[in-house]
Design a protein around this ligand. Structure first.
Ligand code: ZN
Length: 330
């Protein structure tokens, strides 16, 4: 469509929407939480596709924590407030988590100084208004897939992109508070893309010690629970298969313990909640340990209720921080 995207297409590939059968791709969906004008969003997406957007949300290169000075009054549980999530450190995690967040303090005690973590919030709030732009194909190592997808939403209209961005920014704050350098693949929830190949490239270019792509699933309403997707080797990514599985195992265990969310009832039931896939550009193209997590099924009433709750998203972020920390410390 434009030079920026053509360049991105030439880079790599990945599928951000990770439903079992691509169910979380809802071209007809209408994700909420996007307030930017179309032009501004398109411009942001183009910048992101060119790799500029990826740096917008980075911490200082030395990994200096940036969240420790935030007033304790910053509420990690403010519904719908993405800004508040930017300023939540470990103190906020404890404050918002209460008795139901037993794992948050454990993660906060481990230094991640010198470690680089890339967090990929799946989809983007402007995708649904630029369907042709995100529908163009990019290469994913063993085929082609759409640049990006709209993602799913709850029946009440809470968009997956808003969920993933909120959890991601909460997770970023927690990891930064532990000293990690954190890079997000997008800086807000108003833009378009970046393409899945570029999302993978961000992790590679950052030489991430660990990378995670965060999603909510859009499966049949009866199914519930979370699952973690790990790379299935396609040759070019064989080196990351084993470490990614270790990362996935830690993330799975921590997420289950920290959120109380059960393993998926509709996929990965015979493999302990770990699903190995070779159809996701974000994993096929990664050269660093990387997993996807489908935090729950947004089309399931119980999961949707949890995922719509800011306090639960904080617990999810704290649990992910624990899993990533354990992997990095291992
Ligand atoms: Zn998704």
């Amino acid at each position: 469509m434009d030079r920026g995207h053509a360049r991105a297409a030439a880079l790599l590939l990945a599928l951000a929407c990770t439903g079992v059968t691509g169910a979380c791709a809802r071209p007809g969906g209408d994700p909420a939480g996007s307030g930017a004008s179309g032009e501004a969003a398109a411009s942001a997406a183009q910048a992101a596709a060119q790799g500029q957007g990826a740096t917008a949300a980075t911490t200082p290169a030395d990994g200096t924590p940036t969240d420790g000075t935030v007033p304790a009054s910053a509420s990690a549980g403010s519904p719908g407030s993405l800004a508040s999530s930017e300023v939540t450190g470990s103190a906020a995690a404890v404050a918002s988590g209460g008795p139901g967040t037993p794992t948050a303090p454990a993660a906060a005690g481990t230094s991640l100084r010198g470690k680089v973590v890339v967090i990929d919030p799946g989809h983007n709030g402007g995708n649904s208004r630029h369907t042709s732009q995100i529908a163009r194909k990019v290469e994913i190592g063993n085929g082609n897939k759409a640049c990006d997808t709209t993602g799913t939403e709850t029946n009440a209209g809470y968009a997956e992109s808003a969920f993933t961005f909120d959890v991601s920014t909460r997770l970023a704050a927690l990891l930064r508070a532990q000293g990690a350098t954190v890079v997000l693949t997008r800086a807000d929830d108003r833009g378009v893309g970046p393409c899945i190949n570029q999302r993978a490239a961000v992790g590679n270019e950052a030489h991430a010690d660990a990378a995670i792509s965060i999603h909510g699933d859009g499966a049949a309403a009866a199914g519930h629970g979370f699952h973690v997707i790990v790379p299935h080797g396609i040759g070019s990514n064989d080196a990351i298969v084993a470490p990614s599985r270790r990362l996935g195992t830690q993330v799975r265990d921590a997420f289950r313990a920290g959120t109380g969310e059960g393993l998926s009832t509709y996929t990965g039931t015979r493999t302990g909640g770990l699903v190995s896939r070779d159809d996701l550009g974000g994993l096929n193209l990664s050269q660093v340990p990387k997993v996807f997590i489908e935090c729950g099924n947004m089309r399931n009433a119980v999961d949707a209720r949890q995922m719509t709750t800011a306090a639960w998203r904080q617990r999810a972020a704290a649990a992910l921080a624990v899993g990533i920390t354990r992997f990095l410390a291992g």
